[in-house]
Design a protein around this ligand. Sequence first.
Ligand code: XUL
Length: 543
Amino acid sequence: MSLYLGFDSSTQSLTALVAEIDGAGTRIVFESAIEFDRELPEYGTVHGVLPGADPAVAVSSPLMWGDALDRMMRRLADSGLDLSTLAAISGSAQQHGSVYLNARAATELEALDPARPLVGQLAGMLARPVSPIWMDTSTSAECAEIAQAAGGSAAVAQRTGSRPFERFTGPQIRKFFKADPVAYAATDRIHLVSSFMASLLAGTHAPLDPGDGSGMNLMDLDTCEWWTVAVDATAPALAQKLPALVPSSAIVGRLSPFWQRRYGLPPARVVAWSGDNPCSLVGTGLVAEGRVAISLGTSDTIFGLMRTPRVDPSGTGHVFGSPTGVYMGLTCVKNGSLARERIRDAFAMTWDDFSRALDAAPPGNDGRILIPWFEPEITPAVAVGGERRYGLAPDDGPGNVRGVVEAQQMALALHSRWMGVDIREIHATGGASVNRAILRVMADVFGADVIPFDVANSAALGAVLRAYHADRLADAQPVEWDAVVAGIIEPNGRERIVPDPRRHEMYRDLLTVYAACEAHALGGPDPAPAIAAWRARHTERSG
Ligand code: XUL
């Protein structure tokens, strides 16, 4: 029986999951997380982000991510697990974030001293001390410049799967090149968080997989190669600085001598890392078309597998590569867990209080709407944060709790229509998916069964399963994806949450009100008539 290790390097924490996998089944034998703010306070992050004056800028520390990896490896080595049968390692990482390494990195990654912590040896390899991450919304000018040079937003979307987006790596690279051309010139390799972490494990520059590569506005979705037009439109000499693109199942090396000697680990295969959403696709078992998953994490995302790419004509959604070799559609809402926390903290609630408050306000919230754009939003694009309330008093605890939960689910429903999936079943994952009260709202808004999973971190689970899949492929004993996800992705039938048809009808109607409020918050007409009409219809019905 072999062991497989999967990491999830997310915005706020690093998780490691180890599973024993053989033909008969999968058993999770180790799970641990390092929360950056709490366990690595010396880096000074708040929710995994370095504080700064400009709310549009979001950067984090690549040294902190490396430090967390070193500490997690020690935890694993001290866990008492017999790691001699560790066959392969892969990982998932927050998407879009970039790490800038200088020319010394290539040799220094190979010659790390196992007697010394990783972090001290990493500092000298950085061409830029910070990494812009997916929460950054500061590159609208660069998006416009790239669009113009590459034939327009629609052309970029058609080729790369997404129109130029502020958080995507291409616009971020362009901003860095413009702001600090000297440091840009001294950059030898620009990694995503995923390929950076894989490089640390393998002790050499690791390539990128198409799942994460498609989050850059630089990759041709069709060929899975760099699209020269976008590369040239982004920054000079960029082609030489980008990692190679390889299939998601590629073995990028072996666990380097640094880790072997430092922690007595075996030379396990290192499999290409991918983005957290592509990994979650696998970790929620979505290896066939027709179902979707909703991940309630720092960002809330809705995604599903696509056999052929259908690009979003409205420009809000994305098509990424799927680790299974086809495509996935995704919509990302930025005001996810931090917006829920904002409301919870404003009323000094625990999560149990939050669930009780949600149940204390009526479904539909009497037509009162909260637009929870506490921070600048991605979907729809909102450059300056600021929440809006329609008929909702700011001091009404249950009303605001229901307001934030309903708004988030309605936003996901509204902005995922472009995927064209008739949603009958939703696989729920991410930290907040343990909250059944939230999942009930999800079921009612979508009119779909919601299936929660025992393993909330589907991204780390997806990384474990990808490691297993690639390892078997490398041994010329390939396992079909259906078989890889069978067993572990057995939805827990007992907990399936079934929608209430009457409530779903009500939410379908409320969705038009929500859309009117969103449109108003973006500068459109007053939604008061839509709200009043909804109230009249629903008071009549319940009266
Ligand atoms: C997806 C996105 C986020 C990050 C962080 O496009 O920006 O979901 O991957 O999790």
